[in-house]
Design a protein around this ligand. Structure first.
Ligand code: ADP
Ligand code: MG
Length: 448
């Protein structure tokens, strides 16, 4: 249901703004129950009066703001009730979120082993960028604990790591319901450990983890610099590994490049199989978009898929764009056409273009690589500086409307073909180089 996707998308955006704790505690307990298109009113449903009041007094303006942006309209009103508005149809399950384990409001024994069923192998599109990770994930699901243990999947933001972890868990559970599978983001592992210390429950904490058959630990980089947690995890790892229990990690960084991890734990990460996920090719991005639309019951034409695919490299953003387009069409009762897609995506893009100029790019890139404008303009050619210069040119070409000549002139290059060359190099290299890809995403985020 499109409406549920809008809500999911909204939660993602708000998580980025206010952090996952607030979203997990409050917003995930609420569901999107009805959209009144004529009045532009969104009705939310809270599980009880307490949550209702809290959201009303704390989060309604935030919800209205982001929902408005998502749907390209600025007059949205959000109403929170503690039951469905009378006389209105229910368009989604009233508590789809309430059973997530992260919700501190609901604690059921089932939630400990929560897996997101929509993240399956079937829903995953294979491409050259993820072929290895996909293959080894399937092998692990086929024979947990037997071949690749641990499995360590790494790659940039929004490229499918979490999806694969859930897919492994789902596939194992499908074959054998009795296997205990735990999916856990590493930051939640850290919080759990801290609470165990606070409440004197370390033995229970360790016992819980040691009884698991398959441990899927997402974003393991979050345990960096937390030595005591690493120590506790090291023991759990050894206990599980000794018993041939499967462990799967995801990380945004290759083990060798991870900072703040003890050497002995790092060596454990490297014990089994390490598989990377790179930036998808244009063809794969199109295939993924078509599949996502298909899963929503919509046949997405190639031209529109191609248009969306050009907007970003990370799949999470692409999915966000797709949902915005489908939601807009759905809520305004229009057909999805290329013009509509352009209308929905363009404002965000153009709005951002206006504020980015050469100075802001030089500032952000310069700060990141620790070079001044004079350095970037100089003829010095040490490796780091050359990359910084190329990255600056890359953003000047992609995020501003200036010509190659203007960019060349600003950076005191004699020939504007240098700019084109820099752009090509970065475009090509980012496909194979996940560090560069992450740097670009980081800088872009700072700029936008
Ligand atoms: P990560 O954990 O690497 O940041 P996610 O696994 O959360 O990324 O993926 C972001 C979104 O993109 C998810 O909705 C996921 O389903 C989707 N996605 C990523 N890769 C693929 C793929 N190869 N096929 C289908 N969907 C994908
Ligand atoms: Mg993830």
């Amino acid at each position: 249901m499109v409406i549920q996707h809008i809500w999911q998308e909204l939660l993602k955006i708000i998580t980025e703004e206010v952090g996952s704790r607030i979203v997990d505690t409050w917003l995930k307990a609420v569901s999107f129950s009805y959209w009144d298109g004529a009045q532009k009113v969104a009705y939310l449903q809270a599980p009880n009066k307490f949550v209702q009041e809290w959201i009303k007094s704390n989060y309604c303006p935030l919800l209205e703001f982001h929902l408005g942006r998502l749907l390209n309209t600025d007059t949205i009103k959000v109403i929170v009730g503690d039951s469905a508005p009378s006389g209105l149809p229910q368009v989604c399950d009233p508590q789809p979120m309430a059973s997530t384990p992260s919700s501190t409001l609901v604690k059921s024994s089932k939630s400990r082993y929560y897996l997101n069923q929509t993240y399956s192998f079937d829903a995953f599109v294979e491409g050259p960028h993820n072929a290895l990770a996909f293959a080894v994930s399937q092998a692990v699901a086929e024979k947990p604990g037997e071949i690749y243990n641990p499995l360590f999947i790494y790659g940039g933001y929004g490229l499918g790591k979490t999806h694969l972890l859930h897919a492994i868990g789902n596939s194992i559970k499908e074959k054998n319901k009795n296997i205990l599978v735990l999916y856990q983001p590493a930051d939640r592992f850290v919080n759990e450990f801290i609470n165990a210390i606070r409440f004197d429950k370390i033995p229970q904490f360790e016992a819980k983890y040691k009884e698991i058959d398959v441990l899927l630990l997402d974003d393991i980089q979050s345990i960096a610099n937390k030595e005591q947690t690493q120590e506790a995890f090291f023991n759990i790892f050894n206990a599980l590994h000794d018993k041939h229990k499967q462990i799967v990690f995801s990380s945004d960084t290759f083990p060798r490049d991870m900072k703040g991890i003890t050497e002995r734990l790092r060596s454990r990460f490297e014990w089994g199989m390490i598989a990377d996920i790179q930036v998808p090719t244009l063809e794969t991005k199109i295939a993924i978009l078509k599949k996502k639309a298909d899963l929503n019951g919509y046949l997405l034409p190639d031209t529109i898929a191609h248009f969306i695919a050009c907007y970003a490299d990370n799949i999470r953003s692409l999915e966000g764009s797709l949902i915005r387009i489908l939601a807009f069409a759905h809520l305004t009762m229009q057909e999805v056409t290329l013009e509509l897609a352009q209308k929905v995506l363009r404002p965000v893009h153009e709005e951002k273009k206006q504020v980015i100029d050469f100075e802001s790019i030089v500032n952000v890139v310069g700060r990141y690589y620790k070079y001044s404008l004079a350095d970037l303009r100089s003829d010095k050619r040490n490796k780091d500086l050359v990359i910084a210069r190329q990255v600056a040119m890359y953003f000047m070409k992609t995020l501003t409307d200036h010509s190659l000549q203007e960019i060349g002139r600003f950076l005191l290059r004699k020939n504007h073909s240098t700019v084109l060359h820099a752009f090509d190099r970065i475009e090509k290299q980012r496909i194979h180089d996940s560090n560069l890809q992450q740097t670009l995403e980081y800088i872009k985020k700072k700029l936008l």
